[in-house]
Design a protein around this ligand. Structure first.
Ligand code: AHR
Length: 658
């Protein structure tokens, strides 16, 4: 590392009447390197995060595979038109796509059809193009014309496309695009049939043309943009409890999520029934967003992919079903094959599939999680089998092990966190995953949690955390400033301990305002709009100001960790040649701080300060008011030596150095 010339630079952050607190930043003695993975993203299909959210498909139950085959669909007819729909089942065991609709009509005016309600409605933007497609064939020489309509909540057409003739007797994909003349939040898709005869239809699908990177059948672009803007160090996928399943039959199986979309099975989403007061009977996984798409997304946003796989255990809060030890091979093989899928050459079976799907170059996979929130000796027993086999074949893959749901959770009187932590350390696992869903007070008083961790043991992944407030406990209101500020205080502790904590992610990530099961969540959306919560902006500010090395920042020789409700951490960014100091003021009064940078020569008379603040702890962002809590950037002339640190504020101070 380049030697930094020791020069004393002093900035006074003050208002005259306030007592001063002096912060000394030891700029010429970096304490540790900061892993590029430090701040990342946890993704799970919860709260309609994938189907109905990130995955831009607008048709719900597009191939009639929900247990109630017509879920989301209804027959529509005008002028007593003749027509009927029967859902048929190919009856082939193990077939992912067994069902299709057989529609028989006798209607020259196109008065019979099917209508789909979408995911709590369909969102149409005015003047945009939408792509409809269907796999279809004619039966017994039928000739049918399809008129495809986007309609608003009142049923008024706002876009139309026509497929002139479905007459081929083989399954074939037909497509048409619609341009919308108006917007609709709770629209629907109508598919009208005109003619006489029978057609069979499957995979009726509607996507906006403008998806993320304009990929056909891709992801909702506004939602990916939030993630890209964070420049995340990693993306953990696909969860969360969804990895475990309520029982083993509904666990997440990555192999079922790759290959052609129509051959991916439909599986119940565990959040369908999990929350009794937020039941979501129409919540299923289409796996249109599957492992290939997760890897691609990680690549797109420059994040390390971090897949988590089932270790042979279903959720221990639900069925607690475990696979017999002598039957673990399938699960283990899934892990080995996944590594081949992501990293293997195109000559290998799974590497070839990756290439066939459009990505001959390997995905840059370095990390793999085995099990989510699993516990007990059953977990350790299984994890050991995975660890041995994976390390033998792929020694460079970094493995992540679970310590259950929370450090204080005693799982049904079994040994909890301490047992797991000891076992994982005994096994010399690479990375230990810890989860915290706690009160803001807990976060504020636990910022020193990692100060005493073993510096030579496994690295820590704070894999899921969020401050849960006790007030305003419904949905998006829980993402208030109080929770975000407490997380910021805690994160100064993570940053200060970046030699041990190498990954951290807020959870959950996404929530649909009309279809959530769990709150708080980082990013909320409806069918047309989305917004970042105060918690999002805290995450983003840490991530964009990650730095390359941790610096010591001391007040009277001690870490500033809650004294007078102040928290501080500092980093050096070698590449951007700057020192970045993060200060949280959790008090309702302003604070006065003087800053000494020891061993750094400042470059310009300019300090950039980004401030996230409001006097109202209950303040939230919303779809209609998305920037109530929003970072404000100021440029300060350092000659003035005066910067104001507001009450209830999170401040990121960037000082360019030579
Ligand atoms: O983030 C929501 C859930 O919280 C995750 O699925 C699970 O891992 C944790 O209990």
């Amino acid at each position: 590392m380049k030697k930094i010339v020791p020069v004393l630079a002093a900035f006074i952050l003050s208002t005259a009447s306030q007592a001063q607190k002096k912060l000394t930043v030891i700029a010429n003695k970096p304490v540790a390197e900061i892993a590029p993975t430090m701040w990342g993203i946890f993704f799970e299909d919860i709260n309609f995060g994938a189907d109905g959210g990130l995955y831009a498909e607008m048709v719900k139950n597009r191939s009639f595979e929900f247990p109630m085959p017509m879920s989301g669909w209804q027959e529509i007819r005008r002028n007593k038109a003749q027509g009927q729909t029967v859902v048929e089942n190919r009856g082939r065991d193990g077939d992912a796509n067994r069902r299709y609709a057989t529609l028989t009509v006798d209607t020259q005016d196109g008065g019979y059809g099917l209508s789909n309600e979408g995911f709590r409605g369909m969102g149409f933007h005015k003047g945009e193009e939408y792509l409809f497609s269907v796999n279809a064939k004619a039966v017994n020489g039928g000739k049918i014309k399809l008129r495809v309509e986007a309609v608003n909540a009142a049923g008024k057409p706002i876009g139309e496309g026509v497929i002139e003739n479905i007459s081929g007797s083989d399954w074939q994909t037909y497509q048409v695009s619609l341009m919308t003349t108006d917007s609709a939040m709770k629209g629907r898709l109508n598919v009208w049939l005109e003619g006489t005869g029978t057609v069979q239809a499957d995979m009726l699908s509607l996507f906006p043309k403008a998806t993320w990177k304009n990929r056909k059948g891709g992801l909702r672009k506004d939602l990916v943009q939030w993630l890209a803007d964070m420049k995340p160090g990693f993306i953990r996928f696909p969860g969360g409890c969804i990895v475990e399943g309520r029982d083993l039959s509904t666990r997440y199986q990555w192999k079922a999520t790759v290959g052609p979309a129509e051959l991916r099975p439909t599986v119940i989403n565990r959040w369908n029934t999990e929350m009794r007061n937020r039941l979501a009977p129409d919540y299923f996984q289409s796996f249109g967003l599957g492992f290939y798409e997760y890897f691609l997304l990680s690549e797109d946003v420059g994040a390390e992919p971090l897949p988590i796989l089932n270790c042979g255990m279903a959720c221990q809060f639900n069925s607690a079903e475990v696979v017999a030890m002598d039957e673990l091979d399938t699960y283990l093989q899934d892990a080995l094959d996944l590594i081949e899928f992501a990293t293997g050459s195109t000559d290998t079976k799974w590497g070839k599939l990756r290439a066939d799907m459009g990505h001959p170059a390997p995905f840059n996979m370095k990390y793999l999680g085995v099990g989510n929130e699993n516990w007990g000796p059953q977990y350790i027993e299984r994890l050991k089998v995975f660890t041995k086999a994976i390390k033998e074949k792929y020694p460079s893959i970094q493995l992540v092990g679970s310590t259950g749901t929370d450090p204080d959770f005693k799982p049904f009187n079994q040994e909890g966190f301490e047992y797991l932590d000891n076992e994982l350390r005994g096994m010399k696992i690479d990375i230990i995953d810890e989860h915290f869903y706690r009160s803001p007070e807990w976060f504020a008083t636990n910022a020193a949690r990692y100060d005493t961790y073993d510096r030579k043991g496994p690295k820590i992944f704070a894999g899921e955390y969020a401050a849960h407030t006790k007030t305003g406990v419904s949905g998006a209101r829980m993402n208030n400033w109080q929770s975000a500020l407490a997380e910021a205080a805690f994160m100064t502790g993570l940053e200060r301990n970046a030699d041990v904590v190498t990954m951290a992610s807020y959870a959950p990530l996404f929530a649909h305002t009309d279809a959530w099961q769990w709150a708080p969540d980082m990013i909320w959306f409806d069918n047309l709009r989305s917004y970042g919560t105060p918690n999002y902006y805290v995450q983003k500010l840490f991530s964009l100001n990650k730095g390359t090395h941790v610096l010591s920042v001391l007040n009277q020789g001690a870490i500033l960790n809650g004294k007078d409700s102040l928290y501080a951490s500092a980093v050096l960014d070698k590449n951007k040649k700057s020192i970045i100091i993060k200060v949280v003021n959790a008090a309702a009064t302003p604070s006065t701080i003087s800053l000494d940078l020891q061993g750094a020569k400042t470059l310009k008379n300019e300090v950039i300060m980004e401030v996230l603040a409001t006097n109202d702890k209950q303040a939230v962002n919303s779809l209609n008011a998305p920037t109530v809590v929003y970072p404000v950037k100021q440029t300060i002339n350092s000659k003035e030596k005066s910067i104001s640190v507001q009450p209830l504020s999170f401040n990121v101070i960037t000082i360019p150095i030579q």
